[in-house]
Design a protein around this ligand. Structure first.
Ligand SMILES: Nc1nc2c(c(=O)[nH]1)N[C@H]1C(S)=C(S)[C@@H](COP(=O)(O)OP(=O)(O)OC[C@H]3O[C@@H](n4cnc5c(=O)[nH]c(N)nc54)[C@H](O)[C@@H]3O)O[C@H]1N2
Ligand SMILES: Nc1nc2c(c(=O)[nH]1)N[C@H]1C(S)=C(S)[C@@H](COP(=O)(O)OP(=O)(O)OC[C@H]3O[C@@H](n4cnc5c(=O)[nH]c(N)nc54)[C@H](O)[C@@H]3O)O[C@H]1N2
Ligand code: SF4
Ligand SMILES: [Mo]
Length: 708
């Protein structure tokens, strides 16, 4: 049901609509009903229910329960803003878009199109993400486009591509989890980050599965573990080597699977001869008998699934660390059958789709490569241009920020991200954005980044726009609008079409609806790795969700279990590689004696721009904190709730202490949801993984001291 809304946004009693949570990768379906105000008050109340879909089975977490609140926040930007005399002031769309057009034209003429950068996000729908990639390449002709998913999925995605020949977050279905007899959760805190998936794991446990958690903290996820490996941050690759060695020593490798379906085992075998289990125990800080037990449990189990997330991946060796866990999956033959597989637990709502259709610097739609001539030719034909008109690959998200800082990129357009908070080495990023010639931001709110912009464009929220999103299972879901755009807010894709028209590129951007864009995306992805050709809006309405690859509209829905017969490399075989055990990227010393790691809490989402605008969520977690062990607190004379300065070689931030025995003594943990003086990224390292350009967010060495 559609209904007119105005500012401040409210939904009138009787309003009733089905939608989908805008936050994490589970993409739970939600039903919203607006009730009559409470007797004697004006206060509107809403009834929020989960509605069944294949992933969430009708569950919602606290973020989904309150996801309507930020949409109705009085903080929504409902009119374009442009900087006049140093202040962001209301403007017309004509004024705002003309400023952007004039800047892009001037910069491009004077310095070439590569002086303009585009920066996208994994919250954008497939349609907007696809169009942002197309806009960069043939709207502007710049090679500089990348997105926040670089910080999220790049290590696991590149590892999946190299090992299996394909990157689809889960190689199996969520329904395989209860069938697994052993589950390894490495650097993933499902209980707080994908809470509605927890029942899959509790069901597995009821069925007798052994759960192994690898995390430096006793998280809510670790509480369900049978074996908790409280690892020293940054040493997961070494742990996987230790486990592989045990599997080999105990004769728990699946020799027929290795011989029949993989390449490269001989090199791995030779490498394992050099692995010393005592050395691994020392490096990882783990009891050797626990490593042994974990490996044996996984090796002996008839079925098993291994998951990784950002704890393993956001490291400067994230790519190879994941590949070493994939070595375990392959060596035990636990993939391609029910109850078996690997899962890179995708983060953002459209973290999966966002990485398939061209907002990544080296990528064209359908997971095609921008450096492959056949892929370029195919996409050029779909777009109606010459292959030579499509720029070559650019650089990764943080590297773009370095180019902003050194003046190579003179003009930046951000759509769906808050990079000044979420990039590592945040002080450098902030300096770069302060000095950049021109910054335009499309957002619903004045994020920390939007506040620095020359032009801010108000966009529609998830309740207001149509589009598809691909969840962590690789299932494409349709989210249809339930209310019209408030104020003057416009859809992301519409803004791109309007800008393209003003830049004289209208002929390539003539869409009237998200569905029209999707239909072009289907063709653009056809024959690619992430083939969406067989998926249509009608089909999504009818079937609720469809797994990719889906090459034909005729076929039954693909069943979602990958690699039953062969892997996606040309010879059908998966690839082992030997991975070195290494020290973390930064090793504590006298000046910086502790290891800082970071991550998430249940009630906030990413940089908190949306969840802080939700009173119910904000109230659960008002300020940032540093979690530290009681003995560490004592050593540094820190009491519960003290303000603490945390300093690294890059910079410092200050937050309150939270003392807890749930963390290792040599490690401190700080959530990532706050900007300004509470921003953990002022201290994180910008060193990048050479394979995938993931920053080493999760391990920096720091000093701490109370501020009194
Ligand atoms: N509530 C909430 N949910 C979210 C999000 C959110 O912001 N808030 N964000 C979404 C997004 S975009 C993402 S990417 C996902 C992230 O989901 P996760 O990756 O599960 O989340 P994190 O908290 O970043 O990290 C997971 C765990 O890694 C551990 N860890 C830290 N260092 C290491 C290490 O060196 N090795 C190992 N093995 N573990 C380590 C941390 O203690 C933490 O418990 O969550 C999604 N869901
Ligand atoms: N230290 C540390 N840093 C990290 C991480 C970590 O674990 N530790 N995790 C990294 C990870 S995994 C991620 S995914 C990044 C995320 O970091 P960011 O990219 O900064 O993510 P968000 O905070 O979600 O910012 C999204 C912005 O887009 C807006 N927005 C939401 N939906 C839409 C939309 O549909 N259209 C438009 N135009 N705007 C929209 C929101 O209001 C918000 O301002 O952070 C990374 N940074
Ligand atoms: S945040 Fe994730 S788990 Fe929670 S309701 Fe939204 S989609 Fe579901
Ligand atoms: Mo993420």
């Amino acid at each position: 049901m559609q209904q007119t809304i105005s500012s401040p946004l409210t939904l009138e009693p009787g309003f009733h609509a089905d939608t989908q949570c805008p936050f994490c990768s589970v993409q739970c379906k939600i039903r919203i009903t607006a009730n009559e105000p409470l007797p004697g008050t004006q206060r509107k109340t809403y009834k929020i229910e989960g509605i069944p879909n294949a992933a969430s089975e009708g569950r919602l977490c606290v973020k989904g329960m309150n996801a309507h609140q930020h949409v109705m926040s009085g903080d929504r930007i409902l009119q374009p803003l442009v900087r006049k005399n140093g202040k962001l002031s209301p403007a017309t769309w004509e004024e705002a878009l003309t400023l952007i057009r004039d800047n892009f034209e001037t910069v491009s003429k004077q310095y070439g199109p590569d002086a303009i950068g585009l920066y996208g996000g994994g919250s954008l729908t497939n349609e907007s993400a696809y169009l942002l990639g197309k806009f960069a390449r043939i709207g502007l002709g710049t090679k500089y486009i990348d997105y926040n998913g670089r910080f999220c999925m790049s290590a696991a995605a590149s590892a999946g591509n190299k090992t299996f020949g394909i990157d689809r977050g889960l190689t199996c279905r969520l329904s395989d989890i209860p069938l697994a007899r052993c589950i390894i959760l490495a650097g993933t805190n499902i209980a707080e980050c994908q809470p509605t998936l927890m029942p899959y794991f509790t069901k597995a446990k009821e069925n007798g599965a052994t759960i192994i958690v690898i995390d430096p903290r006793v998280t809510a996820t670790a509480e369900m573990a049978d074996i908790h490996l409280q690892i020293r941050p940054g040493t997961d690759a070494a742990l996987a080597n230790g486990m592989l060695k045990v599997l080999q020593n105990e004769g728990l490798m699946d020799q027929s699977f290795i011989a029949g379906r993989t390449n490269g085992f001989d090199e791995l075998k030779r490498h394992l001869e050099t692995v010393d289990l005592d050395g691994i125990a020392e490096l990882t800080g783990l009891d050797p008998s626990l490593i042994h037990k974990a490996a044996v449990e996984f090796g002996k189990a008839s079925t098993g699934i291994l998951f990784t997330a950002r704890g393993v991946e956001q490291q400067t060796d994230g790519h190879v660390a994941v590949r070493n866990f994939l070595n375990i999956v392959l060596a035990t033959g636990k993939v391609g059958k029910p109850g078996c597989g690997y899962g890179a637990v995708t983060g953002q709502g459209n973290g999966q789709g966002g990485r398939e259709h061209g907002q990544k610097s080296d990528q064209l739609p359908g997971y095609r490569s921008i450096e492959d001539d056949r892929d370029r030719e195919y996409i050029a034909k779909v777009w109606g241009v010459e292959p030579a008109e499509i720029p070559r690959k650019g650089v990764s998200a943080y590297e773009m920020m370095e180019l902003v800082h050194d003046g190579t990129i003179r003009s930046l357009f951000v759509m769906g991200s808050n990079p000044v908070v979420s990039n590592p080495n945040a002080d450098l990023v902030e300096k770069g954005l302060q000095n950049i010639g021109f910054l335009a931001v499309a957002d619903m709110f004045l994020s920390e980044t939007a506040r620095m912009a020359d032009v801010v464009l108000p966009v529609t929220a998830y309740l207001e726009n149509d589009g598809t999103l691909t969840n962590l299972e690789g299932r494409v879901l349709l989210r249809e609008s339930t209310i019209p755009a408030p104020g003057e807010a416009r859809h992301d894709w519409k803004i791109l079409c309007e800008l393209a028209e003003m830049l004289g590129r209208k002929q390539y951007f003539t869409y009237h609806s998200a569905e029209e864009i999707f239909n072009e995306l289907r063709v653009a992805s056809r024959g690619g790795v992430a083939d969406y050709y067989g998926i249509t809006y009608d089909r999504l309405r009818r079937e609720g969700g469809v797994y990719w690859p889906c090459p034909s509209t005729e076929e039954q829905e693909p069943n979602g279990l990958l690699f039953t017969e062969s892997f996606a490399h040309p010879d059908g075989r998966a690839i082992f590689i030997p991975v070195p055990s290494r020290q973390p990227q930064e090793v504590p010393d006298a000046e910086f004696p502790l290891t800082l790691t970071n991550g998430r809490v249940l009630s906030h989402y990413l940089t908190g721009v949306q969840t802080r605008r939700s009173p119910s969520l904000a109230a659960r977690s008002v300020d940032n904190f540093v979690e530290l062990h009681p003995r560490t607190a004592k050593k540094y004379k820190i009491e519960e709730g003290d303000k603490v300065e945390v300093r690294s070689r890059r910079g410092s931030f200050s937050v309150r202490s939270r003392i807890s025995a749930q963390i290792k003594e040599d490690t401190v943990f700080v959530p990532m949801h706050w900007g300004g003086v509470q921003n953990v990224n002022k201290a994180t390292s910008p060193e990048l993984d050479p394979n995938c350009k993931m920053p080493g967010f999760k391990t920096s060495t720091v000093s701490i001291k109370p501020i009194r």
